[in-house]
Ligand binder design. Structure first.
Ligand SMILES: [Zn+2]
Length: 341
């Protein structure tokens, strides 16, 4: 899960990345949100950013071995704890681990979910679940052993207000005296109901509502369509259409031009995944995926990596207010020359 894939809260995402870059990430963070604003996605993106081996410009790379596991939420040092209750399939001492499949599925499809949506998705027979002392013991034992990958370990605890008093007291001890390289990211919808001794040990971060513009996917089509068109025209060796599409980008405002570059980088990353038979990132429409699959054979891994760097450089130039016409002319030319002949 990458920061750029999360809607809204641009300043916050930047702040989280800067905190990591400056080695100031607290080992216990309480993300607080008053609605379905995707706080859990921020927590996972922060963990991925911390573990990424090639992070740059405030973003995890999305392609290194750690990122590949984070993209599917299957990194062995990433643990999720959320409220569950006893259902027929889980036995009398239900743990989050018994529900990890549906949890991952929901997180990957739509991380902006309510407790009710989660309960339904997990098939909980009662409306709400709890985080039990068995769960607390389990996570303490997981956090105390050596990490599988030799790096950080993360416990993402969704709704700490649902912990029983016994569970909260157990967890408090480990949050007070954490093992090295362990991080606890808690996501609350009701900070006043989390026990105060835990709250006082955490750095509190408020996640704000998603602005209406970021909620509407159709707005993104403004820069998605030309990004795919550029790649398609480059793949078809159609220089005239390629340059005409590039000219349309001049009319965009600076912010949209930067979003365009970010989206183009996402497309290139997906082309890289296709070339290596790695499952594609989430959130792609079937039409977009089909277009990328058609384009993919025309680009080698090396040319995709070079195009990625060129796009990243274009974005840096736009941020420095370099003339957009020359930035996009250079980028179009570069894409044209990246295609396998
Ligand atoms: Zn990475």
């Amino acid at each position: 899960m990458l920061f750029r894939e999360i809607r809204g809260n641009e300043a916050l995402k930047q702040q989280l990345a800067t905190m990591c870059d400056e080695n100031r990430t607290g080992h216990a963070i309480l993300f607080s949100e008053a609605g379905e604003y995707g706080a859990v996605a921020h927590a996972v993106a922060l963990a991925q950013y911390l573990s990424c081996q090639q992070r740059h410009h405030g973003q995890a790379c999305g392609t290194c071995p750690n990122c590949q596991k984070f993209n599917k939420l299957i990194h062995p040092d990433l643990h999720f704890i959320f409220p569950v209750n006893a259902v027929s399939k889980s036995g009398s001492r239900p743990l989050s681990q018994s529900f990890i499949g549906p949890w991952r599925e929901l997180m990957l499809n739509n991380p902006y979910f309510s407790e009710e949506t989660l309960s339904k998705h997990l098939g909980l027979e009662e409306k709400s679940g709890t985080i039990s002392v068995h769960e607390a013991k389990e996570i303490i034992s997981k956090m105390s052993i050596r990490s599988y990958e030799g790096g950080n370990k993360y416990a993402i605890i969704w709704l700490p207000e649902r912990m029983t008093a016994e569970a909260a007291n157990k967890l408090l001890k480990i949050i007070e005296e954490p093992y090295p390289n362990t991080y606890f990211f808690l996501i609350t919808h009701a900070p006043e109901r989390v026990i105060s001794t835990i709250v006082s040990r955490c750095l509190r971060i408020d996640v704000g509502p998603i602005p209406p513009a970021a909620q509407r996917n159709e707005d993104a089509s403004e820069w998605q369509e030309p990004a795919l068109a550029l790649l398609r025209h480059a793949a078809n060796r159609d220089l005239v259409s390629l340059l005409q599409t590039g000219e349309r980008l001049w009319e965009f405002g600076r912010e949209k031009q930067k979003y365009f570059c970010l989206y183009l980088e996402d497309c290139l990353r997906n082309l890289l995944f296709l070339s290596e038979n790695i499952p594609l990132g989430t959130g792609l429409t079937p039409e977009t995926e089909q277009q990328l699959r058609q384009i993919a054979p025309r680009f080698s891994r090396e040319s995709i990596e070079k195009a990625f760097s060129a796009t990243d450089h274009a974005r840096t130039l736009l941020e420095s207010n370099v003339n957009a016409k020359s930035v996009f002319a250079v980028l179009c030319n570069f894409l044209y020359n990246s295609v396998n002949l």
